[in-house]
Every structure is written in structure tokens, then in C-alpha cells.
Ligand binder design. Structure first.
Ligand SMILES: Nc1ncnc2c1ncn2[C@@H]1O[C@H](COP(=O)(O)OP(=O)(O)O)[C@@H](O)[C@H]1O
Ligand SMILES: [Mg+2]
Length: 296
């Protein structure tokens, strides 16, 4: 059995439905694990590594993982619960409010042995800048140290959420360290322009290639995807759709791309697979599509 492990934070999500709120479960790396589970074959185990509490909302997340066929690699904190975020829509633009500063997931790297055992034997490990942002400095060091020594492929999506970082300089330093350990880096251009001041997607591509990654794909909303995969350079203009809700676009793209690559497909086919999935996800409300619809 081959193993894909994603690591990070999964939360309760509140999305506005008129005057009411709909509650779902979501979180960037969790979304990627969800779509990867749908797309990878039965020869792959997909695990999700995080920390939850002992409360009913934490149980709900665990039940969802089990029902989806995602192996929970979960420690349970005795007093903390899971984080919560709410989506605000203002003139079509989305913004987020977070209640996650005391979430159980912030302790996911507290115990070195538990952290190592979840990641052990993984053929591919996926993390994001959000995974790193929520950890205390010693947790970041512990996780990055394990990834540095991991024999499998390390996949990193910087996925900037400035509010989660103590300051932009720390975000730049930690993201750069993570990317220099990663084999595959999957940034989105708007994040990189914000944090690093990149003027063009080419600047982003070259910066991450310079840190040693062998595969870098620069996502850019519905715009051109610029990539270097091994010796192959690609610039793909793929069909743009009118989005209904862009939540989960980057996360599902990552899963579509990775599932195709892990199944042995070439770079262009994998980018198209990632884009096709993400283009469906943005026309769907919420981060997660039902498993059966993803495979359809
Ligand atoms: N309007 C769109 N039409 C088609 N595909 C889209 C659209 N917006 C996003 N995507 C797909 O989702 C991917 C990620 O989008 P991006 O906005 O860069 O990520 P994020 O969700 O992390 O902000 C893009 O590379 C593209 O494949
Ligand atoms: Mg993103």
C-alpha cells in the first residue's frame, strides 16, 4: 500500500445562507486530502494528520474522515476544541474571520514521537503555509526537521493567510525554509505577490526553483498556469469559468495534480487534471464536493 499523508488543521466552517449560517468541515490541507482520497486508487492510503479535541465537533470531524475513507492520524487534546471560521461575502469578495488561536490543531507538533509516527512510511507528504503558521516556533522546527529527513516526496503549498502569522518577515522566512525542503511547490501568484512582492508569475517560479524544488507550479486564479516539472517548462492557458464560490480552488487543484502525478501521468496531463477539478469546485458552494461527484 502506498501512502499519501496531508498534515494541518481542519475546522468548522460557517458560511452565510441568507440570515442563517450553514456549518461544514473544511481546512486547506484537509480539502486536499479529501480530493486526493476521491481520486487516488485503492492502492493508496490517504491519511490526515492533525490534533482534535474530545468534544462533539471533534467527533464530527473524525466521523467524516472515517466515512470518507481517510485514515485519521489524530491526537486528541484533553481540553482544546477545533477551530472555527466564518466566511463573509461583501460585493462578491470573500473574507474570513477566525476563532482558531486556541485550537487543538496548534498542538499537532507538540510530541515528536507522535508527529514522526504519523508521517513514517509516507510516499508523499502534503503541508501548507497554514500548517506552519498555526504552529509555535518549536513545532515548526520539529515538523520541518522531520520533513527534511523524510524519504518520500514533500509537497508544499505556501497558501498565505497573513492574519495567521506573527509578522510578514517570519512568514517569508518559514515559507522559504519549507520550500527549500519541498520537492514540489504549488504557490498561487496573488499570495506570492503579497508576501514577496513578486512582479510576475515567472519571478515566483524562478524563486522556488532557485530553492531547489524539482516541480513548481504557479497557480493564478483562472489565469495562465506557469510550471517547471523536471526539465519541462509549461505555460498553460486553460478555460476560465465564472465562479460561484472559489473556496477550495487551490486545494482541489493540488489534489488533482498530485493524484495524476502519483498515478504516473506527465506534467501537462496532471496540470489539466488539477485545473479541471478546481474549475468544477469553484462552481460548487463550499470547499468540499461529495466524493461520488468528484469521481463522476
Ligand atoms: N475562475 C476560474 N476558472 C477556472 N479555474 C479556476 C478559476 N479560479 C481558480 N481556478 C483554478 O483553481 C486554481 C487555483 O486558483 P487560485 O485562485 O490560484 O488558488 P486559491 O484558491 O489558493 O486562491 C487555478 O490554478 C485554476 O486551475
Ligand atoms: Mg491557496
Amino acid at each position: 500500500m502506498k501512502r499519501f499523508v496531508a498534515i494541518g488543521e481542519c475546522m468548522m466552517e460557517l458560511s452565510p445562507q441568507g440570515d442563517l449560517w450553514q456549518m461544514n468541515v473544511a481546512g486547506d490541507t484537509f480539502n486536499t486530502a479529501w480530493y486526493a482520497r476521491a481520486l487516488l486508487g485503492p492502492d493508496w492510503e490517504v491519511g490526515y494528520q492533525t490534533a482534535l479535541g474530545l468534544d462533539g465537533f471533534s467527533d464530527r470531524v473524525l466521523d467524516l474522515m472515517q466515512a470518507a475513507g481517510i485514515r485519521p492520524l489524530v491526537t486528541r487534546h484533553p481540553s482544546r476544541s477545533i477551530g472555527l471560521y466564518a466566511i463573509h461575502l461583501h460585493q462578491g469578495e470573500r473574507s474570513f474571520s477566525y476563532w482558531r488561536s486556541q485550537s487543538a490543531a496548534r498542538t499537532l507538533a507538540d510530541d515528536a514521537a507522535t508527529l514522526a509516527s504519523g508521517l513514517a512510511g509516507a510516499d508523499a507528504i502534503h503541508l501548507s503555509g497554514i500548517t506552519l503558521a498555526i504552529l509555535p516556533p518549536e513545532g515548526r522546527d520539529r515538523l520541518l526537521g522531520l520533513l527534511q529527513a523524510a524519504p518520500g516526496q514533500v509537497v508544499f503549498d505556501p497558501n498565505l493567510r497573513l492574519k495567521l502569522w506573527e509578522d510578514p518577515q517570519t512568514a517569508r522566512e518559514v515559507m522559504t525554509r519549507a520550500a527549500s525542503i519541498a520537492d514540489i511547490v504549488l504557490p498561487s501568484f496573488d499570495d506570492e505577490a503579497t508576501l514577496f512582492g513578486d512582479a510576475t508569475p515567472k519571478v515566483t517560479l524562478d524563486r522556488y526553483l532557485g530553492l531547489g524544488a524539482s516541480e513548481v507550479l504557479v497557480k493564478n486564479g483562472g489565469g495562465q498556469i506557469l510550471a517547471r516539472v523536471g526539465a519541462e517548462s509549461l505555460a498553460l492557458d486553460l478555460p476560465r469559468v465564472t465562479p460561484l464560490d472559489t473556496t477550495g480552488a487551490g486545494d482541489s487543484f493540488n489534489a488533482g495534480y498530485l493524484a495524476a502525478r502519483l498515478a504516473g501521468q506527465g506534467a501537462e496531463a496532471a496540470i489539466r487534471a488539477g485545473h479541471d477539478l478546481a474549475a468544477r469546485v469553484v462552481r460548487h458552494a463550499g470547499a468540499l464536493m461529495p466524493m461520488e461527484d468528484i469521481r463522476a
